[in-house]
Design a protein around this ligand. Structure first.
Ligand SMILES: *Cc1c(COP(=O)(O)O)cnc(C)c1O
Length: 454
């Protein structure tokens, strides 16, 4: 922020927006695009009388394609993949998805969480191992590590809201086995420095792409850059069948282990053949098999993936470009704006108080804004702070490191700070020109009012 704005900001913080806005008229009538605009919060005209809202993407694109795929399964009366032979929808989805992202193998599973467990098994993560993950991500990441018996070690996020490569290296110990790079809210992690650290310390990289299907980093699809990637097809992700997940990798050994883990330790045609008969033997495992209905819907949704990504990207770009001139503007950083999904446009409001004022003012304008979403600051979640497990002798927390490690606020002060200052508007691939115009109008109006327009 530039100095004059800082002063103005300090002033706003001490006095409070409301009293300024109700007072002399400075700020109350902030200038946006040369027109005087009173905030809806203070009785002005809202930008939008009926609030705008984003919706889950995938179902907005459901059409005859998904319908026909589903009907095929219904009419076949065979909703189980191994009973359908080569005409399996799950198998077709796996092949098409792998081809789309440029991986050798894809495995359909029941959820993103099941995909994470399978990936942990593929990477042979177990008791005594440590896995580094971002302090801001979904519970599934932490739980997959703990349920594999390993110890989760948190690293801070940076201004991209993704794991900070610079903090990873400090968290490495001789027990570290895997770095979990989670591409959060559509933003690809900065994979080059992460891979460099992984190579230097001989670590594996797992990419969690649950919030970034279709995202790319330097021309490569996320999930194909590290050793193994996972995806989720739950309702709030890029494409969806309500639930579902996938593991992707180009390493046949990792694929075989993930595959065996998802189906009681066994292999199955045509993968047995593709893997040269299988190099590994069976081990204690799970059943995370995807059913044919899910495979059918996802096969249809895959055809919409790029359209959804393009819609999001185009809308986010329009908003970013139309606010780029705002004085002192600081947007969420992205290591690859071309590959970023554009799930939202987030601004750094420099304090939580100002961010919260922005959120309140936007709500009144009929353009709901929010802090970064879809994840949790895990170290301060009660059950994580308490290292709660189903059994008191859980291996994760029995090792000397596991006993000593402390979660809670002190392990992620920067993450808490960055997220508390960020506020923005969530995109929808089907927002039209009017919606985008209103979003731009509201952001400009509120930004100029909160910063002072002179
Ligand atoms: C949604 C999500 C998952 C888990 O996916 P489910 O299909 O809901 O089990 C894992 N990681 C991240 C980052 C997610 O957002």
């Amino acid at each position: 922020m530039k100095a004059p704005i800082t002063n103005r900001r300090k002033f706003l913080e001490t006095v409070g927006t409301a009293s300024i806005l109700m007072g002399s008229g400075v700020g109350l009538r902030s200038l946006a695009n040369g027109a005087e605009q009173r905030l809806a919060l203070d009785g002005g005209e809202p930008v939008r009388p009926t609030p705008l809202s984003a919706r889950p993407y995938g179902p907005q694109f459901y059409d005859d394609i998904e319908k026909q795929e589903l009907l095929d399964v219904l009419e076949s009366k065979v909703p189980f993949r191994w009973s359908r032979g080569p005409s399996s929808k799950v198998l077709a989805f796996e092949k098409e998805y792998a081809a789309h992202v440029g991986a050798k193998f894809a495995l359909g599973v029941t959820s993103g969480t099941a995909a994470l467990y399978s990936a942990m098994a593929a990477l042979e993560v177990g008791p005594g191992d440590e896995v580094i993950l971002p302090a801001w991500t979904w519970y599934a990441c932490y739980d997959a590590i703990v349920l594999s018996g390993a110890l989760p070690v948190f690293a801070e996020i940076d201004d991209s809201f993704d794991i900070d490569p610079a903090d990873i290296e400090q968290k490495i110990t001789p027990q570290t086995k895997v770095i979990m790079a989670v591409h959060l809210q559509g933003c690809p992690c900065d994979m080059d420095p992460i891979l460099e650290i992984a190579r230097k310390h001989n670590l594996r990289v797992l990419e969690d792409c649950a919030q970034c299907a279709g995202g790319r980093y330097k021309g490569k699809y996320v999930g194909t850059i590290g050793d193994i990637g996972i995806n989720s097809f739950q309702l709030s992700k890029t494409i969806t069948a309500g639930e579902g997940g996938a593991v992707i990798t180009s390493d046949p050994k990792l694929f075989e282990r993930a595959f065996r883990f998802h189906d009681f330790g066994t292999l199955h045609t045509p993968y047995t053949e593709a893997l040269g008969g299988g190099l590994l033997s069976a081990f204690a495992a799970c059943n995370f098999r995807m059913n044919e209905f899910t495979g059918a819907v996802l096969r249809g949704q895959l055809k919409k993936l790029e359209a959804i990504c393009q819609g999001l990207r185009a809308n986010a770009r329009k908003v970013r470009e139309a606010i780029a001139d705002l004085p002192g503007l600081k947007l969420r950083k992205s290591p690859d704006l071309e590959g970023d999904l554009g799930v939202g446009v987030f601004l750094d409001w420099s304090t939580q108080q100002r961010r919260d004022k922005f959120l309140g003012a936007m709500k009144a304008e009929g353009i709901p804004a929010s802090g970064p979403g879809g994840s949790v600051i895990l170290p301060i979640a009660e059950r994580i702070e308490q290292k709660a497990t189903v059994h008191p002798a859980w291996p994760s927390f029995q090792s000397p490191r596991g006993r000593a490690i402390q979660y809670g606020r002190q392990c992620c002060p920067r993450t808490i700070d960055i997220l508390s200052r960020a506020g923005g508007v969530i995109m929808d691939p089907k927002f039209g020109d009017n919606d985008i115009r209103d979003i731009i109008k509201a952001i400009r109006k509120v930004y100029l009012a909160l910063n002072g327009s002179r």
